[in-house]
Design a protein around this ligand. Structure first.
Ligand code: SF4
Length: 191
């Protein structure tokens, strides 16, 4: 049976497919880095403050926020805990808090996976969502276009393929990723 994937697997796969290998094929213990600890604290602080903020940050006037919601879709074989979602009369929007000033591609597709998951969970269309950049106090809207949805589902297929083939992926082409990686000890071929 296919494993139930986590939304964070999309982010990890786009960062480096080896992380998927070390999670599902040859599970290893990962070391928590100081960066991860800071990220966790910032998430908690943001969720606390968010309750007092206005929805103007998201270009919305009225709505209700829901925090730390566990979502599961048997159809997608996907699960995740969503930082927040906002429900307004015209629909719902997932919000992912990120402790970064720059929106990366892996953040975008992680958010889109939450959008697909929320859509299944609520049984209503979700047309997009927000990535909240904590240091900037700014929310970036990401639209769930048909192409973006398709690509997100393809990523889930690629992750499943990697797990099924049990093939050790190559080192990512972008230099610098390995320096910050919590799996570095297990990759003997990185500089
Ligand atoms: S150390 Fe580099 S190659 Fe190894 S898992 Fe991390 S990013 Fe990938």
């Amino acid at each position: 049976m296919d494993p139930v994937l986590k939304v964070s697997d999309i982010k990890q796969y786009l960062y480096c497919p080896r992380i998927i290998y070390f999670t599902y094929v040859l599970p290893v213990e990962k070391k928590t880095t100081p960066k991860m600890e800071v990220g966790k604290e910032e998430h908690l602080k943001t969720a606390r403050l968010e309750g007092r903020r206005r929805l103007r940050t998201y270009g919305l006037t009225e709505g209700k926020r829901f925090f730390n919601t566990y979502l599961f879709s048997p159809r997608l074989g996907l699960e995740g805990v969503l930082d927040m979602y906002i429900t307004v009369p015209r629909g719902s929007f997932p919000v992912d808090f990120k402790n970064t000033c720059r929106l990366a591609v892996n953040h975008k597709y992680q958010l889109l996976a939450y959008a697909l998951l929320l859509e299944d969970w609520l049984g209503r269309p979700v047309r997009g969502g927000f990535i909240y950049l904590i240091p900037l106090g700014r929310a970036v809207y990401v639209e769930a276009t048909p192409e973006a949805r398709l690509y997100t589902k393809r990523l889930l297929g690629a992750i499943r393929g990697l797990i099924e083939r049990e093939q050790f992926p190559a080192v990512p082409r972008r230099a610098g990723r390995c320096a910050d990686c919590e799996y570095r000890n297990y990759c003997g071929d990185v500089g």
